[in-house]
Write a protein that binds this ligand. Structure first.
Ligand code: ZN
Ligand code: ZN
Length: 743
């Protein structure tokens, strides 16, 4: 039995109340000694009869901690006669930055406590909850290195901060109405309104149907009630795109189906937006025209107070940004960019250091890696050389590898304009600063013209680092598993080895070497990006026959447009060959009359899935051939099957048509998935491999993913999905880092 020791705890031990936890534990077990924050680790000197019990508790840690390692060595030197918390020291930085945490139950209780000093205070938090990453300027995590340093503690907060028995002992975000950040309500001209309770007034305005910009933890939201959703969509020019909503638990329960997994995610400390299946698929059409609805619970004191005053059961809460640009964090910008869209502004005076959108999850899978989850930290051994990976072009984020950990930034967005490039640069600078990393390898996409590739090239030159271009779909597979596997990468677009657009790929191998062993049939995208925006063009690219032109003519295409399209495909003028899975789904959506114009990323395929949800899938014949030693699934054959079933429907009644279209949509997805799985099974058999990794945005499609997994299992192959990262392009920077680090 030991009586003393020096303990080093490594992991996420800052911003999670580790020191107060250690202090309280030491007190209760009569342990003497000290605890210090060293930047990325906590150092404890401890002595007492119950040392072993103390050590056990330290190994468990407080609720939000993620402990990687606990090292115990003999105690050296003298020890104080009680237990004390020492000031932080810079120590070694390994970038263990905690994400933001939703307000805890105890703090919710505090803001509702009429005679308490936190009553009605919007920014109430404690060691267990509140903003972290969004306010951090540098590590170690102490108030003077956060944007809370503008708010000196009042005497009551000061007292609580130093009180070892308080939940806010050493809580860096401690604040109250007397000393902390304050709210202001502003009218459309930006004049602050003299109201006693800005939140109560904001709730009244929302209930009246007004649209408000609300400054939150990581940026501005635009909020309104359901009956104003249509008006907001028109203002934003996003007529088809579903909005996310915030609601209390009982409302969510009424609107959507909740399984244990979804309940767990909704109430997790990250409080993400969870994509839920509507109880009635046709309900709330102005918020979402899909069979699903993105819902989240209130996650700050402000939200809880807002809902305590609000009569309406749910609020549309969408990130305030100009399409294609990052979420807005500054009041000046929100006023200039959203003038005419937003009626009022509810803002506060705490600076947002690091922007952070809401995270989005579905079926236990991450769609958007952001608030509450990112910075995402993964322990992984990629050697000694520090790596920076700048991600793909769309839905990008950045990853830094240093000293046994990958740290992935929150969602950045589509790197297609100067403002998102700047956001990428800022994020990389911030992560480098927080982790103390100078990358010696910089990984980027294979596409030479992407703005992120150019940025990577310039930075590599500046730092004298090696530039490693990584093919998009191989990064997907590396992010899923480092083991030897068959890789199934199915998504919208990625630049291939041969300069064509890939997106329905079967690989075999292990990072960094994956051989392309199969793919979807190469079809044409007439007009390139025009075929993405207009999936009817894509339909003709896959099925270039006169019957399809007749169908398009019947839908309003004039003769000139039809013959131009036919000539374009015939002469292969401005047509890009592609094996994209997303484009095939888009074309099926267009064929079935579900979506012929794409107004937001992924719309045709998502609406196809929504229609397919009520259909019954039937098995169709699959055509798989071999070209240049690779498996190739014929997608034109599948499209033809769908076309032949769709054509006779035009004379049927509306209801028969509706049901038949749902069945064809379901069958199309089902057979596409079967075909992809069959190629993977064949490749696995040939190479004697028992694992298949799945990645790519198409894997969010429930039927496609579950069909592939079922077919794989039936063939004795274990499907592997990394639930810690997005299946979409939010995993690419992580995968790029792995491939670059495995070379
Ligand atoms: Zn709390
Ligand atoms: Zn105070």
């Amino acid at each position: 039995m030991r009586r003393s020791g020096t303990i080093i705890v490594r992991g996420i031990v800052q911003g999670v109340g580790f020191r107060p936890f250690v202090y309280a534990t030491a007190e209760s077990l009569s342990i003497r000694g000290s605890v210090t924050n060293l930047g990325s680790e906590v150092l404890i000197h401890a002595e007492g009869d119950r040392f072993d019990e103390f050590l056990d508790a330290v190994r468990r840690g407080p609720r939000l901690a993620a402990i990687d390692e606990v090292i115990v060595s003999p105690l050296s030197g003298s020890i104080p006669d009680r237990f004390i918390i020492l000031d932080s020291k810079a120590g070694t930085l390994s970038g263990l930055i905690p994400p933001d945490v939703a307000i805890c139950e105890a703090c919710i209780h505090d803001i509702n406590q009429v005679d308490g000093r936190y009553f009605n205070y919007w920014a109430t938090s404690c060691v267990d909850c509140g903003p972290r990453y969004s306010i951090i300027r540098a590590l170690p995590y102490d108030r003077e290195r956060t944007t809370m340093d503008h708010f000196p503690l009042c005497s009551s907060c000061e007292e609580e901060y130093w009180n070892p028995r308080s939940r806010r002992h050493h809580a860096q975000t401690i604040a109250c109405a007397a000393c902390g950040p304050a709210l202001t309500l502003m009218d459309p001209d930006g004049r602050s309104m003299p109201v006693a309770d800005p939140i109560k007034k904001a709730a009244e305005l929302l209930d009246m149907g007004k649209i408000l910009a609300i400054r939150g933890i990581g940026g501005f939201h635009i909020a309104c009630i359901e009956s104003s959703a249509e008006r907001l969509k028109t203002f934003l020019g996003r007529t088809g795109q579903p909005f996310a909503v915030m609601a209390k638990a009982d409302t969510i329960e009424q609107v959507a189906m909740l399984h244990d997994e979804e309940r767990k995610q909704l109430t997790s400390p990250a409080r993400p937006i969870v994509i839920l299946e509507k109880r009635d698929h046709t309900s709330h059409p102005t918020i979402s025209n899909l069979h699903t609805l993105g819902m989240m619970l209130p996650y700050t004191g402000l939200h809880h107070l807002l809902f305590s005053h609000l009569t309406s059961p749910m609020l549309v809460m969408t990130s305030a940004n100009v399409p294609g640009n990052p979420m807005i964090t500054e009041i000046d910008l929100v006023m200039s960019r959203l003038r005419g869209v937003v009626d009022y502004f509810l803002t506060h005076d705490r600076e947002i250091q690091n922007r952070c959108d809401d995270s989005v999850v579905r079926d236990g899978l991450i769609i958007r890696l952001s608030r509450g989850i990112a910075p995402k930290r993964t322990r992984i051994d990629l050697g000694k050389t520090p790596i920076l990976a700048v991600g793909p072009e769309l839905n990008a984020n950045a990853t830094i590898y240093n000293n046994g950990f990958c740290i992935t930034s929150p969602h950045i967005g589509n790197i297609r304009n100067p403002s998102t490039v700047r956001y990428l640069e800022e994020t990389v600078e911030r992560l480098r600063g927080l982790t103390g990393t100078t990358p010696e390898i910089i990984a980027c996409d294979l596409h030479p013209q992407f703005l992120s590739t150019r940025y990577a090239r310039d930075l590599a030159e500046e730092l004298g680092a090696a530039l490693v271009p990584v093919q998009h779909h191989r990064a997907h597979i590396a992010a899923a598993t480092r083991e030897r596997c068959v890789g199934i990468a199915i998504d919208g677009v990625g630049y291939g080895d041969d300069g064509t657009v890939w997106g329905g790929e079967i690989f075999v191998g292990q990072a960094p070497d994956y051989a392309r062993a199969g793919h979807l049939e190469q079809v044409l995208m007439p007009g390139g990006d025009a075929a993405t925006a207009n999936p009817e063009r894509m339909l003709y690219g896959i099925l270039p026959n006169p019957e399809v032109l007749d169908l398009l003519a019947g839908r309003g295409w004039n003769d000139i447009a039809c013959s131009a399209l036919a000539h374009q495909v015939e002469r292969r003028f401005n047509t890009i060959p592609t094996t994209s899975t997303g484009r095939v789904l888009d074309a099926a959506s267009a064929l079935l009359g579900i979506c012929s114009k794409r107004t937001y990323d992924g719309e045709p395929a998502m609406r196809l899935e929504a229609v397919a949800a009520s259909g019954r899938p039937a098995e169709w014949e699959l055509l798989i051939s071999e070209e240049n030693g690779r498996q190739v699934l014929s997608t034109s054959r599948l499209m033809e099957e769908a076309f032949l079933r769709y054509l006779p429907l035009k004379d049927e009644s509306h209801e028969i048509q509706r049901r038949a279209v749902a069945d064809i949509a379901a069958s199309f997805q089902f057979n596409l998935a079967r075909g992809i799985a069959r190629m993977a099974v064949s490749v696995a058999g040939e190479h004697g491999i028992g694992k298949a990794a799945l990645s790519g945005g198409v894997c969010y499609n429930h039927m496609i993913r579950s069909t592939i997994c079922k077919e794989l299992r039936r063939a004795g192959i274990e499907p592997v999905i990394n639930t810690g990262y997005p299946l979409g392009d939010g995993c690419i920077s992580y995968g790029q880092a792995i491939i670059a680090g495995s070379r």
